[in-house]
Design a protein around this ligand. Structure first.
Ligand SMILES: O=C(O)CCC(=O)C(=O)O
Ligand SMILES: [Fe+2]
Ligand SMILES: [Zn+2]
Length: 634
């Protein structure tokens, strides 16, 4: 199946369409990086744009700008908040938290997810209601589909005819319905600090064994100790020294945060523990951050007379807290710049690699920064990554380069909605906001929390949907990326978050419909459930396309075949930021063509006057893909 090739219809030129994010030149990316300075072109320009969008100023995007949802891996949100005042803390009693480093000496506990009875059903129900409420009307008149006369291209395909007959839910862009799910078994609501699944690998055979992969796929979060050493990974390639020597002027995002222990999260006035996590954003370079990281270390050595890379802090006698800097979301995607670093990662087992045939994110066909590319984190003690789930619930691989440790907290996916509620109660947006969970609140809420240290050379596997937050214990760098195992669980959790994001006006960084069609073209599925859910998304997608095309016919909208380039990214509506697959609506007479989804276009003009419908695929090709996607018996 060729994408946009073959039968070329009438072409509609839309200005320059190409790989935006990846095409950044060394010069452009490294020029003029002064910490805190705003308004740069290129990558930061896009970040600025994302920030604006986050702030609610939904600026229209043109088709060519819309290719790559350039993203920060975990914090593609605006975390700008009130500046912290450095004043004496008003002390509240230290929470007493049992089971601090629960992983020690307990390699694999018998259970992994805990579920409080009844929770699962009610939250699924709530999401279902939410999706129905926020369901996007494809057609203003619900009976419009019935009025349509079936003819020509629609008549020729039974599948399409059935798509047009599909009633009511054809009004929604949802490609996935929530249904109340059964919670996991093995409930132990009393163990709120379960031991972290942890594996020590001693040989390459163990590292490459299918058992290790299976183990990781069955736990919410796993720390794989000694993996890098067994795989002979040269971690010195990612040391601050090596990074500075390679590309000193490479950009890095800076988060300015308050120095505090992992059990604390003070409000800006230091009067109480809160969920809001102050983390103001600016930009710098690797060299400048390296200087800061080294100076911070030497300062600590002088102050504490202790030369540990994992200092033990006691802030109780300190009247003020310092502000510290965290170098985060540093993009290592460019293999012309970071070839040695990226090649080294090929030594990892295939299921943990940045790219592999068994990784859904390798079937996207273009770069999604920080997801199917590597990101670097440069830390000093107390630098923290606030709470989050990965974009579209994909899995994450994180390696600690050292020399210090990172401390991790994780909550199984089944409890995310409770964290969502707690964020809301604290006036914070779960998806857009920046928050640090209060451990006592988690205990009170019956939320089991994993807590463990990641030492240099340890890999942390964050399974699909696991909520996590991380604080540096010492001075260290980390590298991380996302992975999408080809399993029905991963696929469904990604799709579930895709639909939830629509209701929350949060852009899905992974365009799931686009990805699903690619999967249908590229992979062979032997698992019945996985096959069924993919096939169902394809069908729902076809229904939306068929009904949209029928409507354009009814309304006399001009249709043009636009096609797509091989590495072109997915399209998003320039107004609502939802994915737009196949049928893009653009205004006929505008120089810069902003992609509209059907709903936004119809909001502009109910009868779509002045719009052209650009088709990305030939309907017949999609139908062929649909028909040819069959389950393999073997
Ligand atoms: O190392 C960090 O602080 C980032 C952790 C994280 O969120 C990830 O790797 O997914
Ligand atoms: Fe993460
Ligand atoms: Zn829209």
């Amino acid at each position: 199946m060729n994408e946009g090739g073959g039968r070329e219809g009438e072409k509609f030129e839309l200005g320059k369409v190409g790989i935006g994010a990846a095409a950044e030149g060394e010069e452009g990316a490294e020029e003029g990086l002064v910490e805190g300075r705003e308004g740069r072109e290129g990558e930061e320009g896009r970040k600025e744009e994302k920030e604006k969008t986050d702030e609610g100023e939904r600026s229209k995007r043109t088709l060519s700008e819309n290719k790559f949802p350039a993203t920060s891996k975990c914090e593609g949100r605006d975390l700008r908040g009130p500046r912290l005042r450095q004043s004496a803390p008003t002390r509240s009693p230290e929470p007493s938290i049992p089971g601090k480093y629960g992983d020690e000496g307990s390699p694999c506990p018998p259970y992994w997810v805990l579920q409080l009875n009844g929770v699962s059903t009610s939250w699924h129900q709530r999401i279902a209601e939410h999706v129905v409420k926020s369901s996007l009307c494809l057609f203003q008149e619900p009976d419009l589909v019935d009025k349509m006369v079936m003819e020509d291209e629609f008549d020729r395909s039974e599948t399409l005819a059935s798509c047009l007959r599909r009633p009511a839910d054809g009004d929604s862009t949802a490609v996935y319905d929530y249904s109340p799910g059964k919670g996991p078994d093995g409930v132990d609501p009393f163990d709120l600090f379960p031991a972290t699944p942890s594996v020590f690998v001693s040989t390459p055979e163990e590292a490459f064994s299918p058992q290790l992969m299976e183990f990781c796929l069955q736990k919410p979060i796993v720390v794989v100790r000694n993996l890098c050493s067994v795989c002979d990974l040269d971690l010195s390639l990612y040391s601050t020294k090596a990074l500075v020597e390679s590309h000193p002027n490479h950009p890095v995002e800076i988060r300015t945060q308050m120095e505090q222990t992992a059990n604390e999260n003070w409000d800006p006035t230091m009067t109480q523990q809160v969920w809001y996590c102050t983390s103001t954003r600016s930009y710098s370079t690797i060299a400048k951050y390296a200087e800061y990281q080294a100076a911070n270390y030497h300062e600590a050595c002088i102050e504490g007379q202790e030369r540990s890379v994992n200092p033990s802090y006691d802030f109780s006698s300190k009247a003020t807290r310092r502000m510290i800097k965290f170098g985060t979301n540093c993009d290592l995607s460019d293999d012309r710049k970071w070839g040695p670093q990226l090649r080294e990662l090929l030594k990892l087992p295939a299921w943990a690699r940045v790219a592999s045939p068994g990784n859904m994110l390798s079937h996207v066909g273009h770069q999604i920064l920080g997801m199917n590319t590597v990101q670097l984190y440069m830390k000093v003690p107390c630098a923290r990554t606030p709470g989050h789930q990965e974009n579209n619930n994909f899995c994450a691989v994180n390696i600690n380069i050292g020399p210090g440790d990172s401390e991790w907290f994780g909550v199984p996916n089944e409890y995310w909605h409770l964290l969502n509620d707690m964020c809301e109660k604290n006036g914070l947006s779960y998806l857009h906001g920046s928050w640090w969970p209060n451990i006592k609140d988690l205990m009170t809420g019956g939320i089991p929390t994993y807590r463990f240290l990641q030492r240099p050379g340890d890999m942390v596997w964050v399974n699909a949907g696991c909520v996590h937050w991380v604080q540096a214990t010492g001075w260290c760098n980390n590298i991380a990326w996302n992975v999408g195992p080809l399993t029905s669980r991963q696929y469904l959790l990604a799709l579930e978050r895709y639909e939830w994001n629509k209701g929350q006006k949060f852009q899905s960084i992974v365009a799931m419909v686009f990805l699903t069609w690619n999967l249908a073209r590229n992979i062979v599925v032997t698992d019945e459930k996985f096959y069924q859910v993919i096939k169902s998304t394809l069908y729902r997608s076809l229904c939306i396309i068929a009904q949209t095309l029928k409507l354009t016919k009814e309304l006399g909208v001009r249709r043009r075949f636009h096609g797509r380039k091989k590495t072109e990214g997915a399209h998003y509506c320039g107004l609502c930021e939802e994915e737009v697959f196949d049928t893009l609506f653009v205004k006929e007479n505008e120089k810069k063509h902003v992609v509209h989804c059907l709903r936004c276009a119809r909001r502009h003009d109910r009868n779509l006057r002045g719009f052209v419908c650009l088709e990305e695929y030939h309907l017949q090709d999609l139908l062929d893909t649909y028909d040819n996607f069959r389950m393999s018996q073997s």
